[in-house]
Design a protein around this ligand. Structure first.
Ligand SMILES: Nc1ncnc2c1ncn2[C@@H]1O[C@H](COP(=O)(O)OP(=O)(O)O)[C@@H](O)[C@H]1O
Ligand SMILES: Nc1ccn([C@H]2C[C@H](O)[C@@H](COP(=O)(O)OP(=O)(O)O)O2)c(=O)n1
Length: 224
């Protein structure tokens, strides 16, 4: 039997992956995997348990035993850790930084691999992350690598956080984005990189609707 199709959307922080993945999943009636949330949840659980981010064995144990669930609340996906809605907590800057460290640990990635593959279900899946097209779903029929300049991505994040009433400096955000890009691209385990068969889309000068239209065109061409 053919496996349900997967559309993978990989790329650096702030490139618009989460936004496009959600819109696309809604349009297609597909399930959604926000794989970054799994790394964020692992990081939050480690911070809550005061586990050192250098302690790779304990981090892998946490990733293997995560008690998590994604629930739909008011049209949004809520991330639940041990029964608590932690959707806001996992987006905090200190958790973002910790997630990028935790994600560099090969045993953590290994522990989360099958959990991610289990999201594949009929009629299809949209999966957003860093290694969806390269490692987790190498047989996906549609692979997108979404990118944008670091300055544009920092500006987007700035607007997003300001909209939520979080006060941040644009310069700090740009530094954080560059540090995270560097760690995500240069780690040994599943580094951030386009799959050989991915279509690279630079959204620096394209709005959300423009990106969605391009992705929908690709899906229509490749998934009948
Ligand atoms: N093409 C785009 N043009 C302008 N803003 C965008 C675009 N794509 C996404 N955004 C905005 O940028 C912010 C970051 O997008 P998000 O989807 O969270 O990125 P990622 O998941 O890649 O980190 C959001 O506020 C989103 O609305
Ligand atoms: N498949 C994935 C998804 C995320 N990660 C890492 C990379 C990031 O530093 C963290 C958080 O990812 P997330 O996609 O939520 O981050 P952004 O929204 O793009 O800022 O996890 C990963 O290594 N592999």
């Amino acid at each position: 039997m053919n496996k349900p199709p997967v559309v993978t959307i990989d790329g650096p922080s702030g490139s618009g992956k989460g936004t496009i993945a959600k819109l696309l999943a809604d349009r297609l009636g597909y399930a959604l995997l926000d794989s970054g949330a799994l790394y964020r949840l692992t990081a939050l659980a480690a911070l809550n348990a005061a586990v050192s981010l250098e302690d790779e064995a304990r981090l892998a144990e946490i990733a293997s035993n995560l008690d998590i669930r994604f629930a739909i609340a008011g049209g949004e996906v809520a991330a639940m850790l041990e029964g608590q809605d932690v959707s806001r907590d996992i987006r905090m800057e200190r958790v973002s930084m910790a997630a990028s460290k935790v994600a560099a640990v090969p045993a953590v990635r290994e522990a989360l691999l099958q959990r991610q593959r289990d999201f594949r279900a009929a009629p299809g899946l949209v999966a957003d992350g860093r290694d969806m097209g390269t490692t987790v779903f190498p047989d996906a029929p549609v692979k997108i690598f979404l990118t944008a300049s670091a300055e544009e991505r920092a500006r987007r994040r700035f607007d997003q956080l300001q909209g939520r009433g979080v006060s941040v400096s644009l310069r700090d955000l740009l530094e954080d984005i560059r540090a995270r890009d560097d760690r995500d691209m240069n780690r040994a385990a599943s580094p951030l990189a386009p799959a050989e068969d991915a279509v690279v889309l630079d959204s620096t000068n394209i709005d959300i609707d423009g990106v969605l239209q391009k992705v929908l065109e690709l899906v229509q061409k490749r998934i009948s």
